[in-house]
Design a binder for this molecule. Structure first.
Ligand SMILES: O=C1O[C@H]([C@@H](O)CO)C(O)=C1O
Length: 561
């Protein structure tokens, strides 16, 4: 599967207001990649942005044997310079619902994303049946540019980005206007125009036939928002999460955190004379953004016949008991999800705190070290042993002090910065406990979805308060049928435990998928058996022809250890 893409800034009106988005080949969202398990994907990516670098991360693809193709600036490669072309070449080994997105600065929030769907290999079958497929890529959208946002985040006093202006379904939303105005007192009616016009912001219509089963592929690439999706009158049966099958279960709605993907089955068994709302709203943070709506269009009804019913209401944002009940139901599918190793070789506990640097700047820190990405990509620096290219002075420890009170703002909020590298032994089984805590303000603890590159992990369990690591906490872990995922959420004041095997030599980011939080340092780097990584493509770790020539001549001097 060979693609030639050019990334560029372009005028676009995702929510009917004209702004600048980062598009690919003139499209927003970028083109959907559709492949079969086992295929090699080749993307020749030309950077058509005039004055900044770009990279693309293939979210959920493990990049087994190709760590340089992970598409993470300063981690797996140099950002691709303007006018340069970098070729990504990797195998999609596992069927599932994936997506891709920018991983440099906050380019994901500027619209650099698209879907990546991998079908089962020829001759293989999914463990469930369906008649058709619908694809929903969810995102949130800000009217302020990412440059303004980034300046605010690193200013003193701190300026938070706030809540998004719109939610988008397949890149389409309607700012300050409700498709369901008839049901929302005072809402501005602009649906008719949006539906009729062939505009960027015309609502998504999902055509279906009665009495069929559809596979809805849903993924979230939001910058900030945690989402909930419901389809009026219809039950949803969850069958896949992050490219792994789960034990099927039926619900009225699903929660989706940034970085998550799901497949749900929906049967069109309702009154065939009507259309139905697909509603996507905000959870986990106090919503200031109207739900996004799409139309489930029972053919042959007209697509423009908006559903007469009230759109499904998003559950209360702070009903965390409900969020947990949904999340805890996600379990590995019997017969297809392998069980985790029974024991682990190492446990790393990561305390998530909001801190202040130098008394002012707000940062997120992991075991009190906030991650700052180096100029030289970790993969090259570690493989070539360029010690001075990393700021290894302040690396976070494997655990945090047992005395830390997660229920209160940090007693001493001062923090420091570092490269946040954890060196993992080849094939070690590693447990990571993500520990949430109170933020800087009293009585605030937020949701953070953590995403791991290069691996799936088993989610062994969740707990309230501080993880003690005692017999009780350990006994509560699920070693029988935990789900395999690449993203796991930590709930306010709680912890989440995951397990993975460090069997993929490379340098892998593990971070909060909330774009501004990553930008503020909320992540770590797992450096895994870097000595076993194959020869790095020069283009990944050097920039421009002079760098390539210098490397060919062995011209990088004086820095070897
Ligand atoms: O990182 C964040 O900063 C703000 C708030 O904590 C301070 O303004 C917020 O809601 C975040 O998630």
């Amino acid at each position: 599967r060979h693609f030639r893409w050019e990334v560029s800034n372009m005028f676009w009106s995702p929510d009917c207001e004209e702004k600048v988005v980062i598009g690919i080949n003139g499209q927003f969202p970028g083109p959907t990649i559709r492949a079969k398990a086992g295929d090699t994907i080749v993307v020749e990516l030309k950077n058509g942005l005039h004055t900044e670098g770009v990279v693309i991360h293939w979210h959920g693809i493990r990049q087994i044997g190709t760590p340089w193709a992970d598409g993470t600036a300063s981690i797996s490669q140099c950002a691709i310079n303007p006018e340069e072309t970098f070729t990504y070449r990797f195998v999609v080994d596992k069927p599932g619902t994936y997506f891709y997105h920018g991983h440099y600065g906050m380019q994901r929030a500027a619209g650099l994303y698209g879907s990546l769907i991998v079908d089962v290999a020829d001759g293989e079958e999914e463990p469930f049946k369906y008649d058709g497929e619908l694809n929903l890529l969810l995102s949130d959208w800000y009217h302020e540019s990412i440059y303004t946002q980034m300046v605010g985040l690193s200013s003193n006093p701190f300026r938070w980005i706030g809540e998004p202006q719109s939610l988008l379904i397949n890149g389409r939303g309607q700012f300050n206007c409700s498709l369901a105005a008839a049901h929302t007192p005072g809402a501005k009616q602009c649906a008719a125009a949006a539906v009729a016009g062939n505009r960027h912001c015309a609502p998504v219509v999902l055509p279906v036939l009665p009495n069929k089963t559809y596979r809805l592929r849903v993924a979230s690439t939001t910058s900030l928002a945690s989402l909930n999706l419901a389809v009026g009158n219809h039950k949803l049966t969850v069958v896949e999460a992050d490219g792994n099958y789960v034990e099927p279960f039926a619900v009225d709605d699903i929660d989706i955190y940034s970085g998550d993907s799901y497949s749900v089955l929906l049967t069109t068994d309702q009154d065939t004379s009507a259309n139905y709302w697909v509603s996507v709203g905000v959870r986990g943070r106090q919503p200031k953004t109207a739900p996004a709506l799409a139309v489930l269009n029972y053919r042959p009804n007209r697509a423009s016949a908006l559903p007469a019913a009230v759109p499904p209401a998003t559950p209360a944002w702070n009903d965390f008991a409900r969020s947990k009940a949904f999340t805890y139901r996600i379990l590995g599918r019997a017969g297809s999800t392998p069980p985790p190793p029974a024991t682990s070789d190492r446990r790393i506990e990561l305390l998530n705190t909001q801190n202040r640097m130098g008394g002012g700047h707000v940062k997120w820190s992991i075991n009190n070290v906030s991650m700052v990405l180096p100029a030289t990509p970790y993969l090259g620096a570690l493989k070539m042993g360029l010690k001075s290219a990393l700021s290894s002075s302040a690396r976070p420890a494997d655990t945090f002090g047992r005395g830390y009170d997660v229920t209160r703002p940090p007693a001493n909020p001062n923090t420091t910065v570092g490269d946040n590298v954890y060196v993992l032994a080849h094939n070690a089984t590693v447990d990571v406990v993500l520990q949430n805590a109170n933020a800087l303000a009293r009585n605030v603890s937020e949701v953070h979805p953590w995403h791991l590159h290069g691996h799936d992990f088993w989610v062994l369990g969740y707990g309230e308060g501080a993880f003690r690591g005692d017999a009780g906490d350990v006994a509560a872990l699920n070693l029988r049928n935990p789900p395999l995922r690449n993203t796991a959420v930590i709930f306010p004041y709680g912890w989440t435990a995951i397990r993975f095997v460090a069997d993929n030599p490379g340098v892998w980011a593990f971070h909060c998928h909330i774009e501004p939080h990553l930008h503020m340092g909320m992540g770590v780097i797992f450096a895994e058996a870097v000595d076993r990584v194959g020869e790095l493509p020069k283009a990944a770790v050097s920039c421009g022809a002079t760098a390539t020539a210098l490397m060919a001549g062995g011209g990088v001097a004086g820095d070897h250890v």
